[in-house]
Write a protein that binds this ligand. Structure first.
Ligand code: FE
Length: 190
């Protein structure tokens, strides 16, 4: 695969169709500058600021963009708030649509056929394999991403974090908790 990609890039560069330096900038941006820390800031702000949480619930695209997170694969966003009785899980059954602007590049398992099919057939079983066993009475709502609309799960704020700064709270928000395959970390994990 690596050799094929190199060959393709060489041909495209030789034909003048792409600029190798531009590709390097894009790869560097998504590998180093954009990642789940962005989404964690959104979640931490929603935990700290009820007005922001309300905005995020009503117009996630604008609320997220107000923090500077927008662009490729994040043009249209919806936030799914976990509650004590409902847990949200995000998948793209068709391919691998993912909110790059807030979570960076998708993990390999997110793109894999077993996750994509089983997340909708047996979400409770899939979550258990991620080490997340929910109470039997907790409902699981599965959101199927599309090229038009991407989802960000807002996990519940962990108990024992009263008075924490947004920055400190963001340290509890993992990538998986924003996909729904995990929960936010407990304060002692910070
Ligand atoms: Fe997709």
């Amino acid at each position: 695969m690596a050799a094929r990609v190199r060959a393709l890039e060489t041909i495209l560069t030789q034909k003048g169709l792409v600029d190798a330096a531009a590709i390097d900038v894009i790869v560097d941006t998504y590998e180093h500058k954009i990642g789940p820390r962005n989404g964690a800031r959104v979640v931490a702000k929603a935990w700290s600021d009820p007005a922001y949480a309300d905005w995020l619930r009503k117009d996630a695209t604008a609320a997220i963009a107000s923090l500077g997170f927008t662009g490729r694969q994040g043009e249209h966003m919806q936030a799914a708030f976990n509650t004590p009785d409902t847990h949200n899980l995000v998948v793209c059954t068709l391919c691998s649509c993912y909110p790059w602007a807030v979570l960076g590049l998708p993990p390999v398992w997110y793109k894999a056929p077993p996750y994509r099919s089983r997340a909708v057939i047996d979400p409770r079983g899939v979550l258990a394999e991620f080490g997340l066993t929910l109470a039997a009475e907790t409902k699981i709502r599965v959101w199927d991403s599309t090229a038009e609309l991407r989802y960000l799960v807002v996990p519940e704020r962990p108990a024992g974090t009263e008075g924490w700064s947004e920055e400190k709270l963001a340290g509890l928000v993992t990538r998986d908790s924003m996909i729904g395959t995990g929960l936010a970390l407990a304060p002692e994990a910070a």
